[in-house]
Design a binder for this molecule. Structure first.
Ligand code: ATP
Length: 141
């Protein structure tokens, strides 16, 4: 069976962590970031890395992004970039698109674009930590 292929857009703390863990789990991951240094650093850990602006539609098409099984938009601070990159992934017809949000309103905008899952890293981690604190033996990933 073909291994699932993931594309992670934005290799900050969240994006790089998701991308590296997917590789550890045995999946193919293409990491994209506009910051050359970040891409260089991640080159050793991911299947493929590319320095590109996630809103460059031609570039995304030339990378064959539509053939990936899942896209993760891990740009947070720049909401405009997050939304534009998400629209492009949705339009390209990826089976699944997941996006990080930094606020409820950002998350609502992403939901309106039809993303399959919105992730609020700090909020979600806070909930997990609370559960781990009250259930110390909980096996959790
Ligand atoms: P994190 O909390 O995950 O570390 P951050 O808050 O430090 O993220 P973000 O603004 O969320 O930073 O950006 C995450 C990454 O996305 C950065 O490495 C940044 O270079 C990259 N990025 C931002 N905009 C674009 C874009 N248009 N195209 C490609 N990469 C981008």
């Amino acid at each position: 069976m073909k291994r699932q292929q993931y594309v992670v857009i934005g290799l900050g703390r969240f994006g790089s962590s998701v991308a590296m863990e997917l590789v550890q789990l045995g999946y193919e991951v293409l990491g994209i970031d506009r910051n050359e240094e970040v891409v260089y650093t991640m080159g050793d850990f991911l299947t493929h890395t590319v320095t590109a602006d996630a809103t460059d539609e031609e570039m995304l098409r030339s990378l064959g992004i539509r053939n990936f099984d899942c896209g993760i938009v891990a740009i947070g601070d720049d909401i405009q970039m997050s939304i534009l990159a998400t629209i492009l992934l949705k339009e390209m017809g990826l089976k699944s698109v997941v996006a990080k949000a930094i606020s409820t309103l950002h998350g609502r905008a992403l939901e309106k674009l039809g993303v399959d899952r919105v992730i609020y890293p700090e909020r979600d981690m806070g909930v997990r930590v609370a559960h781990q604190l009250v259930t110390p033996n909980l096996v959790d990933y």
